[in-house]
Design a protein around this ligand. Structure first.
Ligand code: FES
Length: 87
């Protein structure tokens, strides 16, 4: 079980508790936290979030990411993490 601390997405700070078997995008949606996305396949970059703390595992990732960026549609938590929208 991992904790996802969500820092000010849609004006909310929340903590989610997840098993790590779904993408961060899906976990956020399951908790009514909506972020931008388009392809859901790691191609478009619409779902980029900032990883503030912790580690994630990416599955498909065809978008060049800067340091600290993750693709919400492809990343799953590998530890407790803290994320924020790109600002
Ligand atoms: S939704 Fe396209 S890369 Fe995540």
């Amino acid at each position: 079980m991992f904790r996802i601390d969500v820092d000010n997405i849609n004006g909310k700070n929340e903590s989610l508790y997840v098993f790590g078997d779904e993408s961060i995008l899906t976990e956020l949606e399951n908790n009514n936290i909506l972020i931008n996305y388009n392809c859901r396949q790691g191609h478009c970059g619409s779902c980029i979030l900032q990883l503030l703390e912790g580690d994630v595992m990416h599955q498909e990732c065809l978008v060049p990411l800067s340091s600290g960026e993750i693709l919400a549609c492809q990343a799953r938590p590998a530890s407790d993490i803290k994320i924020a929208v790109r600002g």
